[in-house]
Design a protein around this ligand. Sequence first.
Ligand code: 5RP
Length: 219
Amino acid sequence: MTQDELKAMVARAALAHVRPGTIVGVGTGSTVNHFIDALATMPVPVAGAVSSSEASSERLRRHGIAVLDAGAVQRLPVYVDGADEIDARGCMIKGGGAALTREKIVADLAERFVCIADAGKRVDVLGRFPLPVEVIAMAAPQLVRRFAALGGAATLRAGVLTDNGHPVLDVRGLEIADPFALETEINQWPGVVTVGIFARHRAHTCLLGTPEGVRTLVF
Ligand code: 5RP
C-alpha cells in the first residue's frame, strides 16, 4: 500500500468516531482531506464542522458540509486531525501544514482528539520532524537565538504565512524527551504564537495506518 492509501484507510476508519447529526472538529492536511471526503459519504450527515484552516473549510464547503465559526460552539464531541509525529503517550508534533494555531484552538474545544496517521508517523521520541512554531515576525531573530541555546536550528519557512498572517519557524535538531515541559517553556517566550508540540492537547486515540490494516492506539 502507498502512504496515500494508508492515509485514506485511516481517514475512513475515523468515521466510526463521528456521530451523525453532530458537529465535528476538522483538522488540516492530506490525511484530513481524505477524512473530509469520507465525511461527505455518511448516509446520515454531520450537522456541520468547525475547521482548522481555510483549505479544509473550502473542501468541506465543496462537499456541501456547513462550516461553523469556532465561536459558535461551546464543545465538540470529537476533533479529527493528522500529525507529523506521535509518540507512545499520544503527544504530537503538528504544523507541517502551517495550521497549528487553529488546530490547537479547535482541539481545545473537543472532548476527544482522534489522530489519523500512517505508521511512519509513530516515533519513540518527538523531534526528528522539524518542530513548527508560528511566531510574530518581529520576534523571529531572537526566537532563533533562543532555540539555538536549546540546541535547535530554527529557520523561517520560506514563502509561507499562516492563515493568521504569521511566519513559521521550523526547528531542527531537538530531541523532545519531555513534550509537556518543552511546550510550557516555549509558550512563555514573547513572540511565540503557537508551538507545534501538542502535549496538553495530545491525542486520546490514534488510528494508525499499517500495511496489515488500521491499528488503534488508545492513550
Ligand atoms: C497541518 C498538520 C497536519 O496534521 C500534519 O502536517 C500531517 O499532515 P499530513 O496528513 O498531510 O501528513 O499538522 O498543520
